[in-house]
Design a protein around this ligand. Structure first.
Ligand SMILES: [Zn+2]
Length: 483
């Protein structure tokens, strides 16, 4: 298992923090307050002798860019900012107002999101620091008459968040503002004022359905009760875009952007369904179960795409034809952008649509191979069984699991796809699809056709995992081990 620098530091700090009680006077604390008008103030309290604060994720351009916009220190304070740390030559404590920078940016995690009803969402990662004692602790003070909320916690006074909460992953959304949460048994939801009812209703209806379905099909409840926020930015500006993210603590944020969301079309509402199911799937594939996300985003992004389709099909939101078309679109997109290069050597496989589309394409092939050998294994069932065996998963556990439910020979095709640096992805995928019984698809992929039809019967079998009594799938070469 590879650990990057931050994970390593986090692990060390986490161990330290849990065994050593810290004297308050020697530790740093972030104090977060609501200022009003969709703004928050942030104060770093640190021992006077400390003249330097170290950040998480020093190596990201986005993060240093966002930070340079954020740091407007209080009077009498000099701050020198570089990518990894802030130096405070003349500063006993630093305080600044966190505001929305007013420019629409393609950024998954804006530092501050003002909501129409007056509340704000504050993103912790750009603000989270660590000193010699580990990640910084937070004190979050609720606005007058409102609440502070973090994960499942909500208080009309204040919330303390120990630094150790951020040790594994510094991402989090803190809410400050009026208590507009709608509570249900499965989740709590906050839809901002003015967001179209059609969008809010879709999420409100789907949330409990998806949570119950995934909990049943993947044999586990979410780690904590999900909190979902739906906001709408840039309402006066034309156009339409969408961002969504899932952070630890089962917190999901939907960010609608642009005036076109006032009257969403049916296609846009379908996008909302797709994204809601995708993000919910992350509560399992990156929550209950976990992978080394930085190194193989195709595993959890492609997986969320696959489980999203499977869940919507099971819930009746998508018919077989839509499922087939979506699979064709993902595979075609993967081949167009990444087909000619080998998978392990493709420098783009960590970025853009590629982890989503190629992750979907590869995992569909893997499930197909398993399903051909053991027709009772559905898409959802494949992952349920895989995670029962390997709750921390990576590329090698996927190959090992496929080997156990099909044969070592067949899983070798997947291993070759993942490892062989000279094998173009389209050739490797064509071989995998042939073993999946997706023959027409396999031929099309191999000959470079971009216009193809996936066999509807096979797609149904792969997603449903039903035993159809068709002898051609009960191959002798598949010896299924059960354990
Ligand atoms: Zn995702």
């Amino acid at each position: 298992m590879n650990l990057d620098r931050n994970s390593l530091l986090a692990a060390i700090f986490s161990a330290f923090a849990s065994t050593t009680p810290l004297a308050n006077s020697n530790t740093s604390e972030i104090v977060l307050r609501y200022v009003g008008a969709g703004k928050a103030s942030v104060e770093y309290q640190h021992p006077t002798l400390r003249k330097q604060i170290d950040f998480y994720d020093a190596d990201s351009d986005t993060h240093s860019f966002v930070r340079s916009k954020l740091w407007q220190p209080s009077e009498g304070c000099t701050v020198e900012l570089d990518r990894s740390r802030i130096r405070l030559p003349k500063c006993d404590h630093i305080r600044f107002i966190l505001s929305w920078d007013g420019i629409q940016r393609d950024r998954r995690y804006p530092p501050l999101i003002p909501l129409q009803h007056g509340g704000v969402l504050v993103f912790t990662k750009y603000l989270q620091t660590f000193d010699g004692n580990g990640p910084t602790s937070w004190k979050v003070i609720a606005p007058k008459g409102g609440v502070a909320a973090f994960r499942g916690q909500k208080s009309s006074e204040e919330i303390s968040i120990p630094g150790s909460v951020f040790a594994e992953d510094p991402r989090g959304w803190i809410y400050l503002g009026p208590d507009k949460f709608v509570q249900s048994e499965e989740a709590q939801l906050m839809v901002d004022e003015g967001v179209s009812d059609s969008v809010g209703n879709i999420v409100a209806v789907m949330l409990p359905q998806l949570i119950r379905l995934f909990a049943t099909e993947l044999a586990a409840r979410p780690l904590s009760k999900p909190s979902v926020f739906i906001g709408w930015a840039n309402r006066e500006v034309g156009g339409r875009s969408f961002q969504a993210d899932t952070v630890p603590g089962s917190v999901i944020r939907f960010g609608l952007s642009g005036s076109d969301w006032a009257t969403p079309s049916s296609a846009q509402l379908e996008t909302i369904r797709d994204i809601a199911s995708h993000e919910l799937a992350h509560l399992w594939n990156a929550g209950v179960y976990s992978s080394e996300a930085r190194l193989s985003p195709w595993l959890h992004e492609g997986n969320a795409e696959l489980l999203s389709q499977a869940a919507q099909y099971q819930l009746g939101y998508k018919d077989l034809e839509t499922l087939r078309k979506n699979a064709e679109r993902a595979i075609a997109s993967c081949l167009q952008t990444a087909g000619d290069q080998s998978w392990p050597m493709n420098p783009e496989r960590l970025r853009g649509r590629i982890p989503y589309d190629c992750g979907f394409a590869i995992q569909l092939g893997a499930v197909g191979v398993a399903n051909r050998c053991a027709p009772e294994i559905s898409t959802m069932g494949f992952w349920k069984q895989h995670w029962a065996k390997f709750p921390r998963y990576d590329e090698s556990t996927l190959v090992a699991f496929l080997s156990a439910v099909s044969t070592p020979n067949k899983s070798a095709l997947l291993k070759r796809l993942l490892d062989d640096k000279s094998l173009p992805l389209q050739i490797a995928l064509a071989d995998l699809y042939r073993e999946s019984g997706l023959l027409a698809l396999s031929n099309a992929v191999e000959t470079g056709k971009t216009d193809f039809n996936i066999d509807a019967v096979r797609i149904r079998e792969i997603f449903e995992g039903k035993r159809l009594n068709t002898p051609r799938y009960a191959e002798k070469s598949c010896s299924v081990t059960s354990e």
